[in-house]
Write a protein that binds this ligand. Sequence first.
Ligand SMILES: [Fe+2]
Length: 169
Amino acid sequence: MATVHENLLDWLRDAHAMEQQAESMLTSMSDRIENYPQLKVRIDQHIEETRWQKTQIESCINRLGSSPSAFKDMAARIVAFGQGLGGVAMSDEVVKGAMGSYIFENMEIASYRIIIAAAEMAGDAETKRIAQEILMQEQAMADWLLNHLPELTTQFLSRSETPDVAAKR
Ligand SMILES: [Fe+2]
C-alpha cells in the first residue's frame, strides 16, 4: 500500500526523468536541424522551458522531503521510448522528429494531468500550481507542433524534389 504522498512523489520523480529526456532529445534535434529555422527556434524556446520545468519539479520533490536522485527505472524506460521517437538516420528525419516530439509532449501533458489530480488530493497547492503552469507550456508546444506539421511536411517534400537541396533535416 502506498499513500497519496508517496504516489505523488513517485510521479514527480518520473516527471523529472521525463524532462531530462525531453531536454536531451530536443537538444540533439536542434543541433541537427539545418534547413528548418522556424522549427529550430520553437524547439530552442521549449528547451529553455524544459530546463525551467526541471528546476520547478526539483523544488516540489525537495519540498515533499525527498530528492531527485533515484530515477533509474522510469528514467531508463523513458530514455528507450525517447530514442525510439528520435528519427535520427531516417531520410525524413525532420518529419519523424517533429512527430516524435508531438507524441512526447502528449505524454508530458498526461503526466501533469495526473500530478495535478494527485497534488489536489494530497492538499499540495504549490505542486498543483507549478504543474498547471508547466502543463500550459506543454500544451502550447504540442499545439504548435500539430499546427505546423502540414507546413513542415510541405517544405520537406518540396526540398526533397529539388536537385542539390538537402531535405533530411
Ligand atoms: Fe516538459
